[in-house]
Design a protein around this ligand. Structure first.
Ligand code: GDP
Ligand code: MG
Length: 352
């Protein structure tokens, strides 16, 4: 049987212990990797991997929790098979926990585990109380049925049970298509001296091979795959679901932006007018109105655009409707793609 590739992400309020939990699970310090990466040593950004008891290897992306990083979380959530929603036992559900839940709902990431962390800071009565409160707070969200695992990333309690839990849930995950065209939304671009331009991201579709000709869109530049890395190791090919770093020959760093998409030439359209089915979240509290200017997120890109509602003058919170969006810059998109719409200012998530 062909090996599957899985990607897990973290979500949750700042300081609830996402980074520490990843270290407890994998032994990898993703914050340190970030520093290294800034100094140009490591190519992985907040990334770790975990060998499960079943023998499966899963990648874990550490998503920053602070509100100003919600954009990065959007970029990271694209392509995740499953999410660990981390909630500190001493604080419970907080505003960023809610916003992350909203974004995961809009992105269709419904598979997940709720991790109640920092159990070492509370007594058993409080832990029981907070578990009930969390269960109550998750009602009506994609995580309503998700299992809850109490752990302490500090003293390791509950960590091996959590790993078993991850292994079980991963069983239900469908594989991404490794056949068909390549689609890689780029989340980082950098250059290594004497090596050239490198793009990183999660491969959404297809298989990337050495020597392959690919197109960078919407810039519309052709490039050739010179080398590929997965988990910091050189490989001959990478498949959908994997985190990859690709060294591209024939492109300059300044030609590519984060938000670009690397594709099989001609296989995905780019454009600035998109037909949308929009769901305005209940938590948005305001209707989405005709000609509203919004922040539109798809893949790893954020573009400003104006909404043109097709059948009504406004979409009330909790309602759906059809619209066209006219974007200020073109994006790569395909039918059935998920997207997120954020308010222009303040940049809060309202719809998708
Ligand atoms: P993040 O912002 O969600 O990534 O949170 P961090 O992993 O950076 O942790 C935030 C703070 O909480 C740090 O000071 C950690 O040492 C602490 N912390 C994380 N997990 C635990 C835990 O299980 N118990 C205790 N007591 N502290 C923890
Ligand atoms: Mg962190």
């Amino acid at each position: 049987m062909k090996k599957r590739h899985y990607l897990i992400g973290t979500a949750g309020h700042v300081d609830h212990g996402k980074t520490k939990l990843i270290r407890a699970l994998t032994g990898i310090e993703t914050d340190r990797l970030k520093e290294e990466q800034q100094r140009g040593i490591s190519i992985e950004l907040g990334f770790a991997h975990l060998a499960l008891p079943s023998g499966r290897d899963v990648g874990i992306v550490d998503v920053p929790g602070h509100e100003k990083f919600v954009r990065q979380m959007l970029a990271g959530a694209t392509g995740m098979d499953m999410v660990l929603l981390v909630i500190a036992a001493d604080e419970g559900i907080m505003p960023q926990t809610r916003e992350h839940l909203d974004i995961l709902t809009l992105l269709g990431v419904s598979r997940g585990i709720v991790v109640i962390n920092k159990t070492d800071l509370v007594d058993s009565d409080w832990l029981e109380f907070i578990q009930e409160e969390v269960r109550e707070g998750l009602k009506g969200t994609v995580f309503e049925q998700a299992p809850i695992f109490p752990v302490s990333a500090s003293n390791g309690q509950g960590i091996s049970e959590l790993i078993q839990g991850i292994d079980q849930i991963i069983d239900e995950v469908e594989t991404k298509t490794t056949s068909g065209p390549v689609r890689l939304p780029v989340d980082r671009v950098f250059s290594i001296q004497g090596f050239g331009t490198v793009v990183t991201g999660t491969l959404h579709n297809g298989t990337v091979r050495l020597g392959q000709e690919l197109a960078i869109e919407p810039e519309h530049i052709m490039a050739k795959v010179r080398s590929i890395q997965v988990h910091n190791e050189k490989v001959e090919e990478a498949e959908a679901g994997q985190r990859v770093a690709i060294n591209l020959a024939g492109v300059n760093l300044s030609d590519i932006d984060r938000g670009a998409v690397v594709i099989t030439p001609g296989e995905y359209p780019s454009g600035n007018i998109l037909d949308l089915k929009i769901y305005n979240m209940k938590s948005a509290e305001k209707p989405l109105v005709q000609r509203q200017r919004v922040r539109f997120h798809i893949g790893t890109v954020e573009v400003l655009g104006r909404i043109h509602l097709l059948e009504q003058e406004e979409i009330q919170p909790g309602d759906e409707g059809y619209a066209q969006i006219i974007l200020e810059e073109p994006v790569v998109a395909a039918a059935q793609d998920r997207f997120v719409i954020r308010f222009y200012s303040p940049a809060v998530t309202i719809a998708g």
